[in-house]
Design a protein around this ligand. Structure first.
Ligand SMILES: Nc1ncnc2c1ncn2[C@@H]1O[C@H](COP(=O)(O)OP(=O)(O)O)[C@@H](O)[C@H]1O
Ligand SMILES: [Mg+2]
Length: 199
């Protein structure tokens, strides 16, 4: 990591992460959703957030379009800007997880090396979840009309059309949204959370 400042002295928290888990009655961590535009990241993230919240879990969704209007408002979709966007989410997601939250990040995060960097930063908090659907299906769904705009050249550098998507090699979980309903996918995710975040 590149740190510009020198003479930094880390302040040590008096509250340990285990103490936060005990208080919350569940562990914290990151569910890092990755997948093509239209694969279902936002849909499943919001579904899951509602379910978990109703069940007393400390949970929060970080979603691509929202973050690009705030924290990452200075960034576009060039490879360097995508990398910086994901770097920031890796850091922010780790802070949320360290604070005891289950944080669901819903970003295309198309580059393997960027996701690997987020994994390095987050350590054990990190769970890569491949929201899997092929381009044909995603393009048919086209919930925001972006594929159509990308095909006609009105959106440049669009993942799946004119920019690459690198599939995860070894994700902690694959959620197949091509062949499964939203409810079924949600069920898979809830089961996964049960195995990983119980304290
Ligand atoms: N199993 C599924 N999981 C998630 N979304 C699905 C599924 N089946 C169909 N869809 C539809 O696909 C679209 C996914 O859009 P969205 O969640 O915005 O994708 P993303 O955030 O990945 O770009 C929505 O219109 C949703 O209703
Ligand atoms: Mg989305």
């Amino acid at each position: 990591m590149n740190i510009k400042s020198s003479n930094l002295v880390t302040v040590k928290h008096r509250i340990t992460v285990e103490e936060r888990w005990k208080e919350n009655k569940h562990k914290g961590g990151i569910l890092w959703f990755t997948g093509l535009p239209g694969s279902g990241k936002s849909t499943l993230a919001i579904e899951l957030e509602s379910y978990l919240f109703q069940n007393g879990i400390h949970v929060y969704v970080l979603d691509g379009d929202n973050i690009r209007q705030g924290l990452s408002s200075d960034l576009g979709f060039s490879p360097a800007d995508r990398t910086e966007n994901i770097r920031r989410i890796g850091e922010v997601g780790t802070l949320f997880a360290d604070a005891g939250f289950i944080v669901i990040t819903a970003f295309i995060s198309p580059y393997r090396k960027d996701r690997e960097l987020a994994r390095q930063v987050a350590g054990n908090f990190f769970n890569e979840i491949y929201i899997k659907a092929d381009v044909t299906t995603c393009e048919k769904r086209d919930p925001k009309g972006h594929y159509q705009l990308a095909r006609t050249g009105k959106i440049p550098e669009f993942t799946g059309v004119s920019a690459p998507y690198e599939q995860p090699n070894n994700p902690e979980l694959i959620v197949d949204t091509n062949n499964q309903s939203v409810d079924k996918c949600k069920e898979h995710l809830i089961n996964f959370i049960g195995t990983r975040f119980t304290h």
